[in-house]
Design a protein around this ligand. Structure first.
Ligand code: GDP
Ligand code: MG
Length: 159
């Protein structure tokens, strides 16, 4: 069976993408999902979760020494987020490209952050930054696993 985090560098690679509380409040969930869906990626996990402070701290544990960490944890646990697992070729790196840069000012128009956000602390989406990050985040947010379904149009998406 395929592990929850997928196989890096193949069309079974998996990443964790989240619409943060600001995206939910601003009604951008559908727009964000549509970008990945129309690109050709396969949605294998989707749910809304209201993170506790502890979940926010675990999710962002690598940033715990940063001065902005308390505010980040406060924000990330301030309302529900939409958790997604997307599967497909190079989806971890492609997902990061689709998100744009961490800083909205550096994010090109056409990227999610470049089209929908202005401020660093309200950049609306999260995406795993590496296979190790994706594994950790998918295990954390989808402990129940994801859905191993076959997408019948994949012959028109992959050579
Ligand atoms: P990401 O992987 O692109 O989301 O960026 P990071 O993992 O470095 O940081 C996580 C999140 O913390 C970012 O998406 C920002 O919302 C926020 N963040 C990062 N750096 C800063 C900063 O210098 N100041 C503030 N206020 N927030 C930051
Ligand atoms: Mg990050």
């Amino acid at each position: 069976t395929i592990p929850v985090y997928g196989v890096p560098g193949t069309n079974q690679e998996r990443t964790f993408i989240a619409c943060k509380p600001d995206a939910v409040q601003r009604g951008l969930v559908g727009a964000i999902i549509a970008r990945f869906e129309t690109r050709g990626y396969k949605l294998v996990g989707l749910k809304m979760v209201w993170p506790t402070k502890e979940m926010a701290e675990t999710h962002y544990k690598d940033l715990s020494k940063k001065p902005f960490f308390p505010g980040l944890v406060e924000f990330f646990s301030s309302g529900p987020i939409v958790c997604m697992c997307w599967e497909g070729l190079d989806v971890i790196r492609q997902g990061r490209q689709m998100l744009g840069e961490t800083q909205p000012l550096a994010s090109k128009p056409g990227s999610i952050r470049g089209d929908y956000s202005i401020d660093l602390g309200r950049n609306i989406c999260h995406g795993s930054d590496s296979p190790e990050g994706a594994e950790h985040e998918l295990k954390m947010w989808f402990p129940e696993g994801v859905n191993d379904w076959a997408k019948t149009i994949d012959a028109w998406v992959y050579e």
